[in-house]
Design a protein around this ligand. Structure first.
Ligand SMILES: Cc1cc2nc3c(=O)[nH]c(=O)nc-3n(C[C@H](O)[C@H](O)[C@H](O)COP(=O)(O)OP(=O)(O)OC[C@H]3O[C@@H](n4cnc5c(N)ncnc54)[C@H](O)[C@@H]3O)c2cc1C
Length: 292
């Protein structure tokens, strides 16, 4: 039987030192909702887990120098309940509210979700939509990169062995920007995404769309912006016709990205509906809550 040991880190420095110990093959452990589930499916390839859940620097949610700073070990419950996240990263707070049941939401963390990089990761579209950067640390030093560039493929990231995500930074959105997260699953509640989407729309004084971000997840291998839809929206006044055109363009973009397959008809129908709902929500007088 495979065995591994457990070590708890009390600081980022201690965590990266433990992760670089040449005598062990160590991996970070946060909530364990992916890691501990996965070792039931296949024997672990590591010899030690380094618990980073209680590292103070990785648990912050604060505004610093016009950026929202969110520690990688912040749980979904903490994200959903944070007034700062609700205000400055609305779609991320909404996504957090849809993850798992209370037990998973209390344990699962933002950093674990991004490091796992599952196709259905619900935090990924909001972070890409909000231009988040991931801040990484190892004994070699610190670096940061956009979350959109961190994830390479399903379950594959640019994280180096023994590298830790310490926190994420998100530029504070302009006051006119509204964001939303939408998700479709196989069940009504506590379900993994079958498709998900985050959108952020800003409008100028005349009501025209001035900035647009639309990120699709799950039905594409890696969550990504649909820039052709964004450019269609910019400069336009919101209208049902514009939303329908955006939905059609998103559906075309999906087929262009992933080709046609057995689920294409369903996926394009779902995507069109999500795009229209997201655009309605982000151009409404006040944000509407997400639907699952
Ligand atoms: C019943 C159930 C329901 C779920 N529902 C959802 C859902 O609705 N939506 C969704 O997106 N996910 C869902 N998940 C998946 C899971 O909860 C999330 O992906 C969660 O965010 C993982 O975080 P964690 O802290 O538990 O990570 P862990 O399991 O501790 O770690 C996951 C991976 O990330 C690495 N890691 C963790 N923290 C860091 C870090 N700071 N830096 C570098 N690497 C790190 C670990 O080494 C490991 O490889 C569900 C899981 C379960 C079991």
């Amino acid at each position: 039987m495979s065995r591994f040991t457990y070590a708890r880190a009390h600081s980022v420095e201690e965590a990266v030192a433990l992760l670089s110990d040449p005598n062990e093959k160590s991996v970070p452990l946060a909530g364990g909702t992916d890691l501990l589930v996965n070792i039931r499916k296949a024997p672990p390839t590591f010899t030690r887990v380094v618990d980073v859940r209680r590292v103070p620097e990785m648990r912050i949610i604060e505004v610093r120098e016009a950026q929202l700073v969110i520690g990688a070990a912040v749980s979904y419950t903490e994200l959903a309940e944070s007034a700062l996240v609700q205000r400055y990263a609305t779609c991320l707070a909404q996504a957090a509210r849809t993850v798992g049941g209370p037990a998973i939401a209390n344990m699962g963390t933002l950093g674990g979700n991004i490091a796992s990089a599952a196709p259905w990761a619900d935090a990924l579209p909001p972070l890409i939509c909000l231009d988040a950067h991931a801040h990484l640390r190892s004994v070699e030093g610190a670096r940061s990169l956009p979350v959109a560039e961190l994830v390479l493929a399903p379950n594959q990231t640019r994280l180096r062995a023994n590298e830790l995500i310490t926190h994420f930074t998100l530029p504070l959105p302009a006051p006119d920007v509204q964001s939303v997260f939408l998700k479709v699953g196989h069940r009504i509640a506590q379900t993994l995404s079958r498709a998900n989407l985050a959108a952020a729309i800003g409008r100028d004084a005349t009501g025209r769309i001035a900035t647009a971000r639309l990120v699709v997840g799950t039905i594409v291998p890696v969550a990504q912006r649909f820039e052709e839809v964004e450019s269609l929206l910019i400069g336009q006044h919101p209208s049902p016709e514009l939303f329908a055109e955006a939905a059609a363009r998103a559906a075309e973009g999906l087929v262009r990205r992933v080709g046609r397959h057995w689920a294409t008809e369903y996926d394009t129908r779902v995507l069109k509906a999500l795009v229209v709902r997201a655009l309605r929500a982000t151009t409404a007088p006040s944000p509407t809550p997400e639907g699952v």
